[in-house]
Design a binder for this molecule. Sequence first.
Ligand code: PLP
Length: 244
Amino acid sequence: MKRPCVLVLAGLDPSGGAGLLADAEAVRALGARPLCVATALTVQTTRAAQRFEPVDPSVVADSAAALLEEEDVRAIKIGMVGSRAVAGEIAALLDAWRKLPRVVDPVLAASSGASLFEGSISAARDSYLRLANGAVLTPNVPEAEALLGAKLEDPLLAGALIGEGAGAVLLKGGHLPGNPTDFLFERGSVERFSAPRIPAEARGTGCRLASALAAGLALGMPLRDAVVKARALVREYLSSHLSV
Ligand code: PLP
């Protein structure tokens, strides 16, 4: 049987820690097939990102359109878009593919601090909110704060991103103190997923989580089951990168 495809639009981190290579690993681990379109090329090692160059927006859109026409795409994952122009082309293309489940991971900066979006915070916010329309949005706490334009005094406030158009929100609680809790907001409900913190040094966990989630959706899982599967994959990855 042919494996269902996940179309991934994200940045290329040549070190493989994060970005498209990490996305492809996560999609394959769940039993789906990744189709990878680079939105930006990053200059990056396993330690830190140095700089990036967005790909020509029409190349991104034409690549994605060709794959959507010819392959059995069952879900779409969007990660780093790099610029407002690339985000705009992707959003315009995806208007015609609204029936496909979409996972949008808003990528603003690397953990090393380097910016991964060319332009202002408000341009990044507008770009990702437009892409998130009807999609599952997977911000961590700083990303949720950037998208909301306010401090998250209480993690439950991230549910307001549904009011901004997201179909559902998975707030990744790794930056919260104590045992990390992720919050899944759907219209009218919130569910918490908590587990002991794994002391690991690993990059690209956000990329992997969002891609595994998209793969679960491509395989026909309900959102909650896909979240459970994706969390398990990331926890397994962290366990193989223990820092102690
Ligand atoms: N490079 C690319 C292409 C990414 O998409 C991301 C994060 O999503 C990063 C780098 C940053 O990864 P990390 O936060 O692990 O440094």
